[in-house]
Design a protein around this ligand. Sequence first.
Ligand code: ADP
Ligand code: MG
Length: 533
Amino acid sequence: MALSAQGRPVAEFKGISPAQFFYKNKQLAGFQNRVRALYQTIRELVENALDATDTHMILPTIKVDITPDGEDGVFRITVEDNGIGIPPEHIPNAFGRVLYSSKYVLRQTRGTFGLGVKMAVLYAQSETGSPVEVYSTPIGRKRVFHYKIKIDIEKNVPIILEEGSYPSGDARWHGTRVSIRLTGDWGRAKNKIYEYFKRTAIIVPYSEIVFSDPEGNIFYFERATTKLPRPPRVTKPHPHGADIELINDMIKNTKARTIKDFLIKEFQSIGEVTARKILELAGIKPSTPPKSLKTHQIERLVRAFRSFKGIRPPRGDHLSPIGEDIIKIGLKAILKPEYVDAVTRRPAVHEGHAFIVEAGIAYGGAIKSSDTPLLLRYANKIPLLYDETADVSYKVLWKISTSKDRLDWSQYEVSFPAPIAVLVHICSTKIPYKGVGKESIADVPEIEREIEAALRHLLRGLKRYLLKKKKEMEESSRAVAIAKYIPDIAQSLAYITKKGDPDEIAKKLLEMLNQRLRNVKIRSIDEVVVKIE
Ligand code: ADP
Ligand code: MG
């Protein structure tokens, strides 16, 4: 302990940089051990690759490679994409400065914190001493820009070890390749990593993904559709989500001359009439120049925003749901079920932020029967793999609550063990994650309600399908029972009518039976015919 000149104990003060903070608190971002670090690095790199493609209407082609490198437990992870690339002047900060991002705007992306790839760089640097290697060609450029970067942890600035550029072989190529050398526990991480790729392939079936693992296996996820989800648009803030700091910041940057114009121009969902009413409620003259507002006036404005009931809820156009078709394609391509359905709900709101819930259901086929449904959770197109039981979707699925309207599976003709998978996707610019590790979503009542409505809708559809299937099975077993007697009946008919050949009659009877069955689309009719022959 430090002592003052007089011998009294004194506290020592100092500030630390964001890089130091996250370096010391790796667990906050999912880098607590060698298992999680390997998984999390893949996740951060793949998610950046996807953000650089589908958000910009590019069909993603992503190559991921994990190779043992040198000593035991050391791996080189390389991820390459065909995305928009990174302008060379931003590369050092994008990879070497914690909290530096191109995604601090109001639209849905996978990354939001400007942290992900830097965590991987920090981790790699502290474990192996190796820098991150980046190769990138921004759209429209004809050169490949390459860098080797480490992070100066104390100052939170990039250290550039190497930089350069060379002409790219293919003038039309654009994209990025990032390579990191780190320690990891492949043996214990591999199942989660395989699962991560499988679940990613389900939610982005418009992507082509190649993954080579350190054991020499290559996994190829084919592009199952060329349909891309609607890209998210950048939007203006909604008044319900605004606070004093946000408004101060917006006032600094606005060109509006009056506070009324400021409200109309800079916020969504405010028109002439609403603006006047809000200002009246806040006791501010509409002609007041925004830059002259005092803090207490802004405070009143925020209060007026929250109490005024007439503001239209936020629109969802800054969000990018996957859409019912793409969800069905993804589930079909990867799980190969016999039945699949999906629903995209309309935008809803929690705490002034719009969100959209989508859900999918897959049944039978190659899905294995199990005592619980396979739950596939996603937030902003990212699969969530850890902390399942803490998640709002899990809660809805099982409704552990004692409420009388709890989800009763048998009501939907499902009895476990059953071959069933349920997908839940939540998109929002403000996902209420339970931790910074972004693995589970809090049970916000509005979100819970939307998930439940989506699931009940899908389960009603599944019930109709299962009832129809049951009826068809009954029909078909009845047909089998009847078919058994056809040869005898044909014999008797030929004998009684003294006309025709018994074989001919049997064939005709079978045709009639087939005709009836065709209407109920029995696939097992072949079996029926085989049995008679
Ligand atoms: P975030 O994804 O939250 O923005 P990251 O630290 O993961 O934070 O990435 C920082 C920035 O680097 C991104 O905002 C993006 O602009 C850029 N970037 C990283 N990887 C890629 C990539 N593969 N293609 C294009 N840009 C990328
Ligand atoms: Mg990221």
